[in-house]
Design a protein. Sequence first.
Length: 641
Amino acid sequence: MRIRHSPLVPALLCLALAAALRAEDVSLSAEANRSQLYVGESFILQINIAGSADIEPDLSQIRNARIRPLGKQNISNISISFVNGKMTRQGFSGLVCSYEITPLAAGPFRAGPIRTETDKGRLEIEGPLLTVTDIEAQDWVLLAVVPSRETVLIDEPFDIALSLRIKLPKGLPAGIQPLFPNQPPALSVPWLTLDAAPGLQGPDIQRVMSELLIPNGQPGFRINEFTRRPDIFDFSSFMGGPPPAVFALDRRLVSLGGQDYFEYGLTLSYTARDEGNYVFGPVVFKGPIPVSAPDRGQAERRALFAVGAAATVRVVPPPEAGRPAGFTGALGSNLVAQARLDTNECLLGDPLILTLELSGPVRFDKMAPPKLSLQTNVTSLFTVYDNTVTTERGPDACRFVYTLRPHQAGAIQVPPIEVFFYDVASRGYAAAVTQPIPLRVRQGREVTAAELRGHTNLAAASAQAADDRRLDPAPIRTELAGAQPAPLLGGPSWLRLAAAGILVYLANGLLRFGMLLRRRYAPRRRHRRALPRALKKLALARRMSRADPSTAGHLLCDALRRYLAERLDAPSAGLTPDDARRLLAEAGVPAPLLDELISLFELHFEAGYSAQPAAGDLAADSRRIGALLQALDPALRTPPP
């Protein structure tokens, strides 16, 4: 029998999700990626506007700062789950706006107030509070943290360069570094730690620092809290703990504004594995440097404190400009897509299993299943169940399993499927396309109500009826007794048998008359018993909803099918929500009752093809279906033909 699926189910689920999202009012929040900074440094202010995607925040009340917009993005990562009939909502849906703010003065700094206008009035929050520390203005020591890129994608490498310039005092001999070997200045470099920041993959800091290590007593720098092993011949090192390690950075002589500087540098490469804002710095310099040429072997020294402003690298998702509607969130290059079916031949309406395999140097951990329902070349031939897709992820591959139903007979094919991803090599969106899959769909035979007796199909039984011509001939009597004379009417036993035959004939006539009346009034009895039977089965489904939701869902759907079959003289096997809608519409059921009943039927009908339970309270749904059947049953009370 032909079984069709209504495309209303995904639409109803989307409407339910949208209603749940609209149930929450618009809210405003803000957060800063730093709480303390120095004058001249910047921080990232992220403003979250939940429940809306078209509201602009107003930052005009933030004073004494430079503000640079970094872009905005619509985010919707809401997940809704039902536990014991209670809906749980997690995630965020709305607009996220990012700004780079540079305070211009020292002291407490309030990044606010922040305002926005909504349909219900103005929303306003104070904004985060930060501490801005002033530093002494000087040109002897200049520090800078320079990233190779300010914004990168996941898995895209970038460099962080530390630049330290120390001015050469006049008269200092050429080739002499402006450092005191016995008093090396200290550098605080936050990202030079043995533990990498979460979501960030960097070099082996232990190996990097080992290569930069030099003996104590040579010009260099102390960095963070790194120490070296004590010298076994130096007893003072055992008394005072491990001595600090001294490191030599790459250096060169540069000229800046007519003044010579020694420039020291260190460049490291990093790769971000997760989205976010990664702060490198600030870098702090503490220690003495010479500010005059040596006089009689002594150089004038000056203890300096200098700060290099921190740099922020933003790891962002692919740009929204030019993003295809079917973008899956995959990042990488050379994505390979392959598709296969579980069979090459089926009946019209049979469920098919489509497996989509993806491989290549691509990030699959944050990839969403491709929406086949958005590809019209697929939906023109198949009904796609996107809500039942299952996912299998591996380190270098990913597999998505879909359920399809063909709604066109003949020699067709599964058309090429496009999987959109962001190509980090070309920095643009691209698509991997599968090869078409041939499929032969045979037309299923329609079984009418007259060919059904209970659950038995009489069409096949009638084709196998016995042929009388193949039977053996009846035997005849050939002995001598057959030629002897006998009474015309036979003996008394035959007379009694003849009388009994008349009674049997009359009884048979009465029995056939009773069966005729039974068949004539069978539809009336079936119509009268349809509603009580359905209510009884719905009550059983309601009692089993907690212990066995899957069986209860099947009972609920079976109760609806049996009711429609008995009430409207239709076949119950394979009865779909589309068939039920057509039958009830032809019977004149009012539209409000019809729409609500079919919606509940579709919800639990789809759950039979999904590994997840139906999104709803099964006990409440069965109770509501019973009430709807009691309401529409009087409209179906028409005399049988």
